[in-house]
Design a protein around this ligand. Structure first.
Ligand code: MN
Length: 228
């Protein structure tokens, strides 16, 4: 195969305890998956209809580090989330088989231009410019499910410059991981390399240039990012 210019490199994540990397295919995200966060955003918690959106795979910032403050916003928000990484996929995955497709877990930031999102919501416009920008998806090293199994509980926290901003337990997600995989697979063909951001708890707030962000998911790992 020859291309008219060099093909883009495949974005990838570190795998804890391995020299091999996890190649990222698509990034799916679910919104409003913790009741208290749905409420703080002025929405009603609703298990009838999951809210899905996507980020491009090159929005990944593997292992955190320096993250550029994005253009065209003055209200960049942090959202700490458990990230699910798929080793296989398919369509119409049954809930009771869904976890068989999971490679592992990490913790990530669904960075959001909240001002652009507020405008988009008010005008019934898409969320791409508020959610799918460059470097909008810092993600930690992945831990293999073969090693840690499938966490159903665990403290999820985010602090900024040492001050705790978000704290919840992943047991409080409205849609569980198997339910999210099932629902996504009714809409898209899930593939090896897909990531799923599973939603953020309450406490989202603005970041400033120079802020140091620490995200942790108990039993899975941590992520440090510096906003430049
Ligand atoms: Mn989110």
């Amino acid at each position: 195969m020859s291309y008219v210019f060099d093909a883009p490199r495949v974005p990838s994540l570190t795998v804890a305890g391995s020299a091999m990397r996890f190649p990222v295919h698509r990034i799916y995200c679910i919104g409003r998956n913790y009741a208290e966060h749905a409420k703080e955003m002025g929405a009603v918690p609703d298990r009838a209809q999951p809210v899905f959106f996507m980020k491009p795979n090159d929005a990944i910032v593997a292992d955190g580090g320096d993250v550029a403050y994005p253009p065209a916003t003055s209200d960049l928000h942090h959202e700490v989330e458990m990230v699910v990484a798929l080793a296989s996929g398919g369509r119409d995955v049954p809930i009771d088989r869904a976890l068989e497709h999971v490679f592992g877990y990490g913790v990530g930031l669904d960075l959001t231009r909240r001002d652009l999102q507020a405008t988009a919501k008010a005008k019934s416009l898409p969320w791409d410019s508020s959610k799918a920008f460059d470097q909008s998806a810092p993600v930690s090293a992945l831990r293999r499910a073969a090693e840690i199994r499938h966490p159903r509980t665990g403290r999820l926290t985010l602090s900024v410059n040492g001050e705790l901003r978000q704290r919840a337990d992943i047991a409080d997600m409205l849609f569980t991981v198997p339910e999210i995989i099932h629902e996504l697979s009714r809409l898209w063909t899930l593939m090896p390399g897909d990531l799923i951001f599973t939603g953020t708890p309450s406490g989202v707030a603005a970041l400033q240039r120079g802020d140091r962000v620490r995200a942790e998911l108990e039993g899975v790992g941590g992520l440090d990012a510096r906003i430049r």
